[in-house]
Design a protein around this ligand. Structure first.
Ligand code: KIV
Length: 286
């Protein structure tokens, strides 16, 4: 792993990547140990996604995670990350109850050490986004499939399949740009519409399940590492089969403990011979 200290990225460097046609890379991360590895790479952004609800807490929906749980995950990540931009997902319910509650919740993420917040929604969140960005809080938008709400109405289907849906998504992206977002996640949007949106807005689009014609990509790290196998979306590429490797390691440990192969001499600590002799004498006396 690389060890040279690289300086913290800025939001303007992320914006410049679009201008320079450099692809932006983002992955989710939820804890200190994985984030340390992310920090050693050249990833541009790390997202503390509310997908933590499913992959870290075993909830059946991202709607079930709250502010306190999200902030706990953020603490681990910010303690490890020095270079990539850290984006925290505002959980369901944290930005739907009025401007002042939304501002207070967004500030909690910034005070915790995150660099930006992400909100799911189009026109319905534009006013909140405008307020947050006017206060200097960097905001990432998220349209297309919005896991906090879309499944309630339409399941997990891909978005932007009709011309009417496409127009709606394009205008949502434009409204978010107008409201001051520094980038927009497009989730499970048809590649044709993702491409049009990417050409229509000046801020970078970060796709998940949208194909290649966007400014950057994001994946849930558990999916690309093969650590969460409950669902296997078509758009995920598995770079590892970590759950199989972890399973094999745990089985090997179990077998070695049972057979006495672990621990060995190199895993032990010893008393000096003198101390051992003194102990034996003491034990005899007792
Ligand atoms: O919560 C999350 O992980 C996300 C990504 C899928 C973009 O929002």
């Amino acid at each position: 792993m690389g060890s040279q200290k690289k300086s913290k990225l800025t939001i303007s460097e992320i914006l410049n990547k679009k201008k320079n046609k450099e692809k932006i890379t983002m992955l989710t991360s939820y804890d200190y140990s994985i984030s340390r590895i992310c920090n050693e790479t050249d990833l541009d952004m790390v997202l503390i996604g509310d997908s933590a609800a499913t992959v870290m807490l075993g909830y059946d929906s991202t709607r079930k995670i709250g502010m306190n749980e999200m902030l706990t995950f953020c603490k681990g990540v910010v303690n490890a990350i020095t270079r990539p931009i850290i984006v925290a997902d505002m959980p369901f319910g944290s930005y739907q109850m009025g401007t002042s509650i939304s501002i207070r919740n967004a500030l909690k993420f910034l005070r915790c050490g995150c660099d930006a917040v992400k909100l799911e929604g189009g026109l319905e969140v534009v006013d909140i986004v405008k307020k947050l960005t006017s206060l200097g809080i960097p905001v990432m938008g998220h349209i297309g499939l919005k896991p906090q709400t879309t499944p309630l109405h339409h399941g997990y289907t891909s978005q932007g399949k009709t011309a009417e849906d496409a127009i709606k998504l394009i205008s949502e992206a434009e409204a978010l740009e107008e409201a001051g977002v520094f980038s927009i996640v497009l989730e499970k949007v048809t590649s044709e519409v993702a491409s049009v949106i990417t050409q229509n807005v000046n801020v970078p689009t970060i796709g998940i399940g949208c194909g290649p014609y966007v400014d950057g990509q994001v994946l849930v790290i558990h999916d690309m590492l093969g650590l969460y196998k409950e669902i296997e979306p078509k758009f995920v590429k598995r770079y590892l089969n970590l759950s199989d490797q972890i399973f094999d390691a745990i089985k090997a440990y179990e077998n070695e403990v049972k057979s006495g192969k672990f621990p060995q001499e190199e895993h032990m600590y010893h008393m000096t011979e003198e101390e051992l002799a003194r102990l034996e004498k003491m034990l005899k006396r007792v």
